[in-house]
Design a protein around this ligand. Structure first.
Ligand code: ME8
Length: 651
């Protein structure tokens, strides 16, 4: 792969009969990561996504809503597109199967397959699942009726149909799997496909007469009552998007490098699709990469079960980059994963907050305190060749993980590099170097850490695009193809840089404030979990010292609790109205229900953090925080010894 100049990456085109959920976002984020990475390393890249809008299922969904299929498709397709735009998905084209040029391209392909002798007319009788738009043999059905994929009842459909001679391609497909062992990724998934094909392939019915909402056959067939099978129409999007059958403008991107699909549709992409391409005499994609399934509490997500996780809600609550990181890091590509906010929070606080964010804090702290923010790499190699060698060894072949779809391994290795940096600070103790007049050595150490952060951030650009922008601003360099080449490919170091202070990258998400919400349930997603500055994992006393100004950055005031009520369904939260000397009382949600009853609080006072960014907990606004101390004997609010005027400053 590595010397490929053009990279074409695709997602499946999503059906417009459903709202986007984290499963769709997952596929799209993986593809977006590949596309961004490819662009950064200098490959000419084309990234395609879009919507699949024909077929009986869509027709039925539209009718149910009193809309024409096109009206309905416009609406839902628009929602997908807006979501991807809001998620900064860097697609080069968003295709819709209702696009006129797509339909024309599909008709051209149909004609070509027919001219080649791969399409014939016959009669079809079979068990059809409308939900999956697929025919099944009687042997495949559950209890003689149920669809083996979704369990819903199938119906017997008998109709005149055009067929594609799939059986002709059995041997060619088996040869493909043999000769191109990484055609299907992860490789372990190839076995089930090989077995399926080796078991014998029936010819494929590729037209329908029982409904109307689809691409018509080419006029030359004079057969108006047929529309094309939705999977033939849909799969061809990958080439019509490049201009196949029309201007061919971007056909030089074909064959695709990586076509990302969910495991549910691997069979269509690993059997039908290459057979269609062989018939069209087009080259085959390099990889069909099938990822696993996201479940919610172990169950498939569906609107009827009400357990669908909305990607927008998660990204709003936790940040888009954190959501991207979590999806890419949490589950090895190809395996299933169960979505939980607890796991997401842990990743944010640990990997992103501590390992990455805190390292940047340390860079800002050390460079500011010791060197007035000016850092030179001049002596890094002199004092730290060992660490540089370790870093370079880890980064040397890391690209292979990306195109092998071992994204979690890619991220694991980047985190190993961060560990080298965090460990170096602990081992070399720059604060002692400074005390012992070894300023050059301290500068080399800080330079090493800055360079490690710069290298890692270049390779994280495709995963955390917004945060990497912030990191590069802080370090005073740009993430682009030139810096990729010098810092990663050529293993060079940055020149002199001036560090600029920025806000904490991934402020810690405090679990206590999620306390009232059941963080393992999707329903209780908080819109904006309160975040506070990164907690420092300190390695020396001096790093933990704050100035008086920093202390006074926190506004502490005496508040009088005017009202207190329990928050229904929450084990921990009380909703308080607290007078802190302002025109209106503040609403504060406090996780103290286990320790105080609502009644006993009314009229008492407590110390309030008054300038905390408001947060929403269980859908309610919280405009401050009460200070409390908790030990094994329980929790006590911190209160003035004698009554004070509401709003009195605490210092
Ligand atoms: O199948 N976990 O469209 P579709 C992970 N139109 N990924 C999931 C998921 C989950 N729970 N749910 C959906 C179609 N996906 C066809 C494709 S392509 C020529 C035609 C993702 O809207 C996953 O990528 O049902 C899956 O393959 C895709 O959404 C299915 O989307």
């Amino acid at each position: 792969m590595s010397n490929c100049k053009k990279v074409y990456v695709t997602t499946p085109i999503y059906y417009v009969n459903d709202v986007a959920h984290i499963g769709h976002a997952y596929t799209t984020i993986i593809a977006d990561m590949l596309a961004r990475y490819s662009r950064l390393v200098g490959y000419e890249t084309f990234f395609l996504t879009g919507t699949d809008e024909h077929g009986q299922k869509i027709e039925q969904s539209a009718t149910k809503r009193g809309k024409t299929p096109k009206e309905y498709a416009d609406e839902v397709s628009g929602k997908f597109r807006t979501l991807w735009d809001d998620f900064d998905i860097t697609y080069d084209k968003f295709i819709r199967t209702t696009d006129e040029d797509h339909k024309a391209g599909v008709q051209k392909a149909f004609q070509k397959m027919f001219d080649k002798g791969d399409i014939y007319k016959g009669n079809y009788e079979g068990n059809y699942c409308v939900g999956c738009e697929t025919f099944f043999t009687s042997a495949q059905l559950i209890d003689d009726e149920g669809c083996p994929d979704c369990g819903r009842p199938t119906t017997i459909v008998k109709e005149e149909s055009y067929f594609f001679k799939l059986s002709n391609y059995e041997d060619k497909l088996l040869a493909l799997y043999e000769n191109q062992p990484d055609f299907i990724l992860p490789k372990a998934k190839a076995k089930e496909i090989v077995n399926f094909v080796a078991g014998g392939l029936n010819d494929l019915s590729i037209s329908r007469t029982s409904f109307d909402w689809g691409v018509k056959l080419p006029d030359s067939f004079g057969d108006d009552k047929h529309v094309m099978y939705v999977w033939l129409d849909a799969l061809l999007n990958y080439v019509t998007a490049l201009g196949y059958g029309n201007d061919e403008e971007n056909m030089d991107f074909w064959p695709a490098n990586t076509q990302i699909v969910g495991k549910d549709i691997l069979r269509f992409h690993a059997i039908f699709w290459p057979a269609f391409l062989m018939s069209l005499e087009l080259p085959l994609p390099k990889h069909i990469a099938a990822h696993g399934w996201w479940t919610r509490d172990g169950e498939k997500m569906s609107k009827s079960k009400g357990n669908v996780v909305d990607p927008r809600e998660i990204a709003d609550a936790y940040g888009l980059d954190a959501f991207r990181y979590f999806m890419l890091r949490e589950v090895p590509f190809g395996q299933d994963g169960d979505f939980s906010q607890r796991a997401l929070m842990d990743r944010i606080n640990s990997d992103l907050g501590n390992d990455l964010g805190n390292l940047l804090n340390r860079i800002m702290g050390m460079s500011g305190k010791y060197f007035n923010f000016k850092v030179s790499s001049k002596d890094v190699a002199k004092f730290h060749q060992k660490e540089l060698d370790e870093v370079n060894a880890l980064l040397k072949n890391i690209e292979e993980y990306i195109f092998d779809m071992q994204i979690n391994k890619y991220l694991e290795d980047l985190w190993k590099v961060l560990t080298i940096a965090n460990k170096a600070i602990n081992d070399y103790e720059p604060w002692n170097m400074m005390k012992n007049d070894k300023e050059d050595e301290a500068m080399a150490l800080v330079g090493l850490i800055v360079n490690i952060m710069a290298k890692v951030s270049i390779l994280l650009d495709s995963v955390l695009p917004a945060k990497v922008k912030a990191i590069s601003q802080c370090l005073g360099f740009e993430v682009n193809n030139a810096t990729y080449k010098s810092l990663i490919k050529n293993e060079e170091l940055l020149g002199d840089v001036v560090i600029t202070k920025i806000d904490a990258l991934f402020p810690r998400i405090e679990e206590e404030l999620l306390a009232g919400a059941d963080i393992n349930k999707a329903e209780s997603i908080v819109e904006k979990p309160r975040k506070e500055s990164n907690k420092k994992e300190t390695t020396s006393e001096c790093e933990n010292v704050i100035t008086i100004d920093q202390f006074f950055g926190t506004e502490l005031k005496i508040g009088t609790i005017l009202e207190a009520v329990e928050v229904p369904k929450s084990k921990k939260l009380l909703k308080l109205q607290v007078d802190i000397g302002e025109e209106h009382p503040r609403q504060i949600l406090a996780g103290i229900k286990e320790f105080y009853s609502a009644e006993e609080l009314v009229g008492t006072q407590a110390c309030v953090v008054a300038n905390l960014k408001p947060a929403k907990l269980m859908g309610m606004l919280s405009e401050g925080m009460l200070l409390a101390a908790k030990d094994e004997n329980g929790l006590s609010l911190l209160r003035p010894e004698s009554k004070k005027t509401s709003g009195t400053k605490v210092s």
